[in-house]
Design a protein around this ligand. Structure first.
Ligand SMILES: NC(=O)C1=CN([C@@H]2O[C@H](COP(=O)(O)OP(=O)(O)OC[C@H]3O[C@@H](n4cnc5c(N)ncnc54)[C@H](OP(=O)(O)O)[C@@H]3O)[C@@H](O)[C@H]2O)C=CC1
Ligand SMILES: O=C(O)C1=N[C@H](C(=O)O)C[C@H](O)C1
Length: 267
């Protein structure tokens, strides 16, 4: 079976990685590449950055792109993803969403759209991070008492949202395992005279610099010992390969909102 794929944000860091992965996959066909209406890349061949002619020109015409596609893979920004998803619902095109930084209202709208069309959404498509999420559930349940929990993430200088979607997901997993609500217990940075640490909190620290692809550590700090569970990405190819696994998973689904835990058989 050939999966006909449109890529949104095709000139972005992930967009390019996805185009390369789709072109290399025997069971996938690149049928459209989208960018913003003011992008200087419009009209260029989607494979130009690889020195490859694909015959697919980068365009801003969302309905025309989706008319040729069975799937859209979207790593853009929340407002872009929402516009693309509404068009996916209208066109009956399944979606893989990697974008992070959605508001609660946007997440609710995505869930509503997924009642009509199948969607995989995950803040991190790598197999490794999704295994780490399972490890965190086990660790948090075992370390319920006497351990302070801090989540530290580091990314490249171009990242616009903080904490990362992955760090927030890690916080949600840990909070759920402890029976806490992340919205009530998260502390996003500290400054000045903060007072002693409240043991019921989950702290977040964000580092931005250079070309760091994506590092995440969850620290369980007790008395006399500490446990650190760390994942480090050294290539965006893992996110692209995870996205193609999500496309193949969606082939068998008509509607519903799924995560990478479903795709990887770990739900
Ligand atoms: N789930 C996962 O595994 C991963 C998720 N991400 C997430 O993916 C997203 C993109 O990351 P990255 O590729 O590094 O970002 P880039 O900034 O490199 O690329 C974003 C692309 O989306 C386009 N874009 C921006 N805003 C809009 C819009 N409103 N409508 C349509 N297109 C738009 C950009 O165009 P222009 O340049 O013209 O603005 C660009 O082509 C981020 O949210 C990031 O956190 C990243 C890696 C892995
Ligand atoms: O913007 C990035 O680069 C990344 N974003 C995702 C996130 O916010 O968690 C995933 C990965 O860490 C890379």
């Amino acid at each position: 079976m050939t999966h006909r794929i449109a890529i949104a944000g095709s000139s972005g860091r992930m967009g390019r990685m996805l185009i390369e992965a789709v072109l290399a996959a025997d069971d996938c066909q690149l049928v459209a590449a989208l960018d913003r209406p003011d992008s200087p890349a419009l009209g260029q061949d989607a494979g130009a950055f690889l020195g490859q002619a694909t015959g697919v020109a980068i365009s801003a015409d969302i309905p025309a792109a989706l008319a040729q596609a069975d799937y859209l893979i979207d790593f853009t920004r929340p407002e872009g993803t929402m516009a693309h998803l509404r068009a996916c619902r209208a066109a009956g095109v399944k979606a893989v969403i990697g974008t992070t930084g959605f508001s609660d209202e946007q997440k609710a709208e995505i869930a509503a759209i997924a009642r009509d069309v199948a969607v995989v959404m995950a803040p991190n498509m790598s197999v490794g991070v999704n295994v780490v999420l399972k490890l965190l559930d086990v660790a948090a349940r075992a370390l319920k008492e006497g351990y302070d929990i801090e989540i530290i993430e580091a990314h490249h200088r171009h990242k616009v949202d903080a904490p990362s979607g992955t760090a927030l997901k890690m916080g949600e997993v840990v909070a759920a395992a402890l029976g806490r609500d992340l919205k009530q217990c998260a502390v996003y940075g500290r400054e000045g005279v903060t007072g002693e640490r409240d043991p019921s909190t989950i702290g977040f620290a964000t580092v931005r610099g250079g070309d760091i692809v994506g590092d995440h550590t969850v620290l369980f700090a007790g008395t006399g010992e500490r446990i650190e569970i760390t994942h480090k990405s050294s290539s965006r190819a893992t996110y692209a390969q995870g996205s193609l696994r999500a496309v193949r998973f969606l082939a068998g689904k008509a509607c519903g909102l799924y995560g990478m835990d479903h795709v990887l058989g770990m739900a």
